[in-house]
Design a protein around this ligand. Structure first.
Ligand SMILES: C[S@@+](CC[C@H](N)C(=O)[O-])C[C@H]1O[C@@H](n2cnc3c(N)ncnc32)[C@H](O)[C@@H]1O
Length: 276
């Protein structure tokens, strides 16, 4: 079957995606997926050639819906509860008690999960906080989750998960905080709404500014999809979004020291964290 996307058009489109979202699509790896997407979308929009589709995407997409469709199709949303769980333990048992001691008593501690995908990461923070962090009774703690993909944010709000997604949660925690459903699990009502979930693009400076300042930022398994220039831009965005002394935690394959040198690297219980 013929497709609307040629190699030349793929390069135009991947350049556009990269510029807007930092996501780098490689021709050999991603051509088929993007080509199927463009054919489907062109069909739905009843346009006959790539040029018209690309025109709509760039110039007639006033409320950003076409861009949102595209982002929902090109992101990789793989995640699960308690992924790299040592980081949640360090958050609950070391970082929060330290921040509780140093921050003025009236200030909430603010934590950002960027990106949060379908919510497993910020809800894992909440579960560790309610189970392990002693400071939780004395201090307001706000957890915010953002992702560029609107479908994952909708799923995160529903808080319904597959067996695969909850496989790493210890049985007693699962039984306490989830309801077993016919298919999978749902977070109990009390924890619905415990994370403030929003669609946001990390490269959109205005959206990021509106989120306010944070004391801790988790950014795991997103920078791996970016190139060096985009990683640097995101790292500096995090720097600006952090309160003085605040922390960044990255995924296991991501190292701040290879991106920018403005953070101080520290190891707590073997977990690498970066301080402003
Ligand atoms: C693999 S998931 C990581 C989820 C979670 N942090 C974890 O480690 O399990 C990567 C997420 O990054 C999001 N993402 C990619 N580019 C983004 C951008 N420019 N702004 C915000 N989120 C983005 C994707 O939509 C996807 O859900």
């Amino acid at each position: 079957m013929s497709t609307l996307l040629s190699k030349e058009n793929f390069l135009k489109m991947s350049e556009f995606i990269y510029r807007k979202s930092g996501i780098f699509l490689d021709y050999d790896k991603h051509f088929d997926k993007l080509s199927k997407y463009v054919d489907r979308r062109a069909n739905e929009l009843e346009v006959e050639d790539f040029r018209k589709y690309f025109f709509i995407l760039r110039f007639e997409d006033k409320n950003g819906e076409e861009f949102q469709e595209l982002m929902n199709a090109v992101t990789v949303n793989e995640t699960y509860f308690f992924r790299e769980k040592e980081q949640f333990e360090v958050l609950a048992n070391k970082i929060l008690p330290e921040l509780h001691k140093t921050l003025p008593a009236s200030k909430p501690i603010r934590i950002l999960s960027s990106p949060c995908s379908t919510g497993e990461e910020p809800y894992s923070m909440i579960l560790h906080i309610v189970e392990e962090a002693n400071v939780v009774e004395e201090r307001d703690i706000e957890v915010v989750g953002i992702d560029i993909d609107s479908t994952v944010i909708e799923k995160a709000k529903k808080a319904k998960y597959t067996d695969r997604s909850v496989h790493a949660i210890p049985k007693n925690i699962l039984a306490k905080w989830f309801k077993k459903k016919n298919l999978g699990y749902e977070l109990i009502e009390d924890l619905h709404g415990s994370v403030d979930l929003k669609v946001a693009n990390i490269f959109d400076k205005e959206e990021m500014r509106k989120l306010g300042k944070f004391d801790v930022i988790f950014s795991r398994n997103m920078l791996i999809y970016f190139d060096d220039a985009s990683r640097k831009e995101v790292a500096m965005t995090f720097y600006d979004m952090l309160n003085p002394g605040g922390y960044v935690l990255l995924g296991h394959a991501e190292y701040m020291s290879r991106i920018v040198s403005v953070f101080k690297a520290k190891k707590i219980d073997g977990t690498l964290i970066y301080q402003k």
